[in-house]
Write a protein that binds this ligand. Structure first.
Ligand SMILES: Cc1cc2nc3c(=O)[nH]c(=O)nc-3n(C[C@H](O)[C@H](O)[C@H](O)COP(=O)(O)OP(=O)(O)OC[C@H]3O[C@@H](n4cnc5c(N)ncnc54)[C@H](O)[C@@H]3O)c2cc1C
Length: 412
């Protein structure tokens, strides 16, 4: 059997892509394959499961805003529970930020309320000197932000695509992209440089599956598929870990309404980038830090969390700023990878041969997931623009939509 479109990868970007492709091409025969036993077992399952529109680059802002609006509509209007809670993102800075800075970020405001009953806003001189941190000088709240359950969101997309007639094969590992000349001369070593060639099939651990067009939604595994055919994935993996932490103090505050009525403490980002993501059902926070210098780009299939990373890089920040963490303990931990686009930290979605490749989601593939699927569907049709759920438009050019030379500042 020959498929019109084969989507490799059934994480959030593969599911969203299959959904929008099928909606826009109802007669197309579409197959989704994944090496795992079910959907969203890759980095979608490892994420901090949070969303925000607090991005410095407009493209990131609108991809997130449009996806958040789509998800909100699912939950509020269609009654599909995807665990969305608008608890907000609370950024704590140890330096001054003014209104001009905040005005770049939609739905955000400087907090003037007194936070000293929750956080240590004043850091002693010893800590200041040793850790290069200072007292909290500015707090900014993004209210179009919060937490979500990616497994429920994935289930929505999965149920939709299967009910629309998309075929899905799990436990199907793509080993190789079958690059062949369009007109074969049956010479060894084809395709030659002067031959027109394209991907004709995927070679899996079970069989060859033939298709006309291919979508790669394989996150940090994309490089392994593209390198042999000489196409750059434009991504670099970096290990990211999450430590679930609880304490009597955390259990006391986790359901507090702070600046909103979601019944959940805000996702809070401390100086140095350490963050605490509320996980109310366990009376805990998921804590993490997207470290940069001294975190190598090595990649293993099953990354392990490093308890000493928590002890030396994360915990000291809570000791300094967050009294609720007193007598806290780690109750769970895991590790995955960010697939970094190291140029500007925006998702990189591009066409190559008869493929669209979703790459470099840079820690935001869930919160931008619906928009990414729409971009893939528009690129499949070679459209100049993608219209997102909220009506915003993103330009598609051959090598990724129009890119700014500015760098996204707000990678967490
Ligand atoms: C610790 C951590 C925290 C994060 N926090 C957030 C957050 O708060 N909010 C947010 O929006 N994003 C967050 N992210 C990023 C987010 O998880 C990713 O951007 C998103 O999950 C990417 O989705 P995906 O579908 O592209 O990749 P994945 O979910 O990794 O899916 C890729 C799929 O491809 C399959 N696959 C790979 N290679 C092959 C092959 N050769 N053959 C067959 N199948 C294959 C895999 O099995 C997998 O199912 C976080 C990531 C991590 C690691």
């Amino acid at each position: 059997m020959n498929y019109d479109i084969i989507v490799i990868g059934a994480g959030i970007t593969g599911l969203s892509s299959a959904y929008h492709l099928k909606k826009r091409n109802p007669d197309a025969k579409i197959l989704v394959v994944d090496k795992a036993g079910t959907y969203s077992q890759g980095n979608t399952a490892k994420s901090a499961a949070a969303f925000r529109d607090f991005f410095s680059l407009r493209e990131n802002q609108i991809m997130a805003q449009a996806s958040i609006a789509f998800y909100k509509n699912l939950q509020d209007k269609q009654g599909i529970d995807i665990g969305m809670k608008f608890c907000g993102y609370l950024f704590l800075f140890d330096h001054e930020k003014d209104e001009k800075f905040v005005s770049k970020y939609p739905n955000s405001r400087i907090i003037t309320e007194d936070l000293s009953s929750i956080f240590n806003v004043n850091i002693d001189s010893e800590t200041r000197k040793i850790m290069n941190i200072d007292s909290i000088k500015t707090a900014i709240l993004d209210s179009n932000a919060g937490i979500i359950e990616p497994d429920l969101l994935s289930k929505y997309f999965f149920d939709q695509i299967t009910s629309m007639g998309v075929d899905v094969r799990f436990n199907t590992h793509v080993k190789r992209l079958g690059l062949e000349p369009d007109v074969s001369l049956d010479y060894p070593g084809e395709p030659f440089n002067w031959q027109k060639s394209s991907i004709k099939y995927i070679e899996t651990d079970r069989e060859k599956i033939y298709g006309d067009f291919f979508i790669l939604c394989t996150d940090v595994w994309t490089t392994a598929l593209l390198d042999p055919v000489g196409i750059d994935s434009h991504l670099r993996p970096k290990k990211r870990m999450i430590f679930q932490v609880t304490s009597p103090g955390i259990r006391e505050i986790i359901n507090k309404n702070i600046f909103n009525d979601s019944g959940v403490f805000p996702f809070t980002i401390f100086p140095t980038g350490v963050y605490a993501r509320p996980y109310p059902s366990a009376g805990a926070f998921w804590t993490s830090l997207a470290d940069d210098i001294n975190r190598d780009f090595s990649f293993t299939e099953h990354p392990e969390p490093e308890p000493e990373f928590y002890s030396y890089n994360i915990k000291p920040i809570f000791d300094a700023y967050f009294p609720a963490f007193q007598n806290s303990k780690i109750t769970s931990s895991w590790a995955g990878y960010y697939s970094y686009n190291t140029i500007d930290f925006m998702p990189y979605i591009f066409n190559a041969l008869n493929m669209v490749i979703v790459s470099g989601t840079t820690g935001g593939g869930i919160m931008k997931g619906d928009s990414i699927g729409r971009i893939v569907a528009a690129r499949y049709k070679n459209e100049a623009y993608t219209t997102l759920y909220n009506g915003e438009k993103i330009e598609n050019t051959y090598d990724g939509y129009y890119r700014t030379t500015k760098i996204e500042d707000m990678i967490l």
